[in-house]
Design a protein around this ligand. Structure first.
Ligand code: ADE
Ligand code: ZN
Length: 351
């Protein structure tokens, strides 16, 4: 329910400061996608590895993507510098410091264990390093955080089962599972059985769908995998019945605007369908996806989105932050605390 905030009294020139100051949750961040070129080079040096690029600048210059796969190739190569528990901690800690500065009060981090276990890194090294950063984020920054283990969909369901089994000793350190990597050609049905097992274990379940893949993949993620949220889901606008279904059930879409432009899902931000999703009543919100690769973190995403889409105003800013809390996997009492803080920020701005 929208509270009695006079959104119309908030002038547009005050929006950037409000977007930055408002509390928000980030629900779609691949922690390996927060690895900045500077940290890639520092970790390569610490671990005695040689990179395919001669400098930070040369690596950054290679970040010109034409589609999802062109990004994934370079993203997996970047993650190859992560070997030790401290490497995973350092990566996540760098993210949390940026998140705190952006007034992210809660983050649910995706991680891709198969990217690391395929290189001989033990899954316990990955999870323990990330978990320690989550604990320190709460203790030192007041940012609450949890982990979501993603299966790589270009690999087999059997490999996903093996990954789940290897992760079970750490069951208490992650809250759910997701599905990411190359979407087209790897529909949700491929992972039906492993997701059923995850649900039976009491894990939350989410999946990337409708980023590059068709609306049918979103239907399948809901019907077959029984996911609680759809990651991206922007291609739902092509299917009016699906839009109605998502709105009626308040199925969250974790939308990533800068990612969609960088990966050429949309030509420009002005073409992004976020306004259509919001005006159809969907529970969409803004996220950064892979901030080190796509040009920015949470507030960069909010600022670029509102800059490119002038039809979005203070009401939509409030709605996006409210949706991020509604869609998070935290207890209702905690959501209410953040929501009250959000309402206060907007009520003050409108006063
Ligand atoms: N945007 C994205 N889509 C699918 N898999 C990913 N892995 C990291 N970022 C991703
Ligand atoms: Zn993603």
């Amino acid at each position: 329910m929208t509270p009695a905030i006079a959104f119309d009294r908030i002038p547009r020139d005050r929006l950037p400061a409000l977007l930055q100051r408002m509390p928000k949750a980030e629900l779609h961040i691949h922690i390996e996608g927060s690895l900045e070129p500077e940290l890639i080079f520092a970790l390569a040096q610490r671990n005695g590895l040689t990179l395919a690029y001669p400098s930070v600048e040369a690596l950054r210059a290679a970040y010109a993507f034409t589609d999802l796969q062109s990004f994934l190739d370079i993203y997996y190569a970047g993650a190859s510098v992560l070997l030790h528990e401290q490497d995973f901690f350092d990566m996540a800690w760098a993210y949390f410091q940026k998140a705190a500065a952006d007034h992210v009060v809660h983050a649910e981090l995706f991680f891709d264990p198969q990217t690391h276990t395929e290189r001989g890194v033990d899954i316990g090294v990955v999870i323990r390093g990330l978990h320690r950063a989550c604990q320190q984020a709460q203790a030192e920054l007041g940012v609450s955080a949890s982990l979501i283990l993603c299966f790589l969909r270009h690999l087999s369901e059997e490999a996903a089962f093996d990954t789940l089994e290897a992760a079970l000793p750490y069951r208490e350190l992650f809250i759910g599972v997701g599905l990411d990597s190359s979407e087209v050609g790897h529909p949700p049905e491929k992972f039906a059985r492993v997701f059923a097992k995850c649900r039976a274990l009491g894990l939350h379940v989410v999946a990337h769908a409708g980023e590059e893949g068709p609306p049918a993949y979103i239907h399948a993620a809901l019907d077959v995998l029984q996911v609680e949220r759809i990651d991206h889901g922007v291609r739902s606008v092509e299917d009016p019945a699906l839009m109605q279904r998502l709105a009626a059930n308040r199925v969250p879409l974790t939308v990533c605007p800068l990612s969609n432009v960088k990966l050429c899902v949309y030509r420009t931000m002005a073409d992004h369908q976020l306004p259509a999703l919001l005006s159809a009543g969907l529970c969409a919100m803004v996220n950064s996806d892979d901030p080190a690769y796509f040009g920015g973190y949470m507030n960069d995403n909010f600022l670029a989105t509102f800059d490119g889409l002038p039809q979005l105003g203070a009401r939509e800013a409030w709605q996006l932050a409210a949706n991020s809390f509604e869609a998070s996997f935290v207890p209702a009492a905690q959501k209410a605390v953040w929501q009250a803080e959000l309402d206060r920020v907007f009520a003050d701005a409108a006063a």
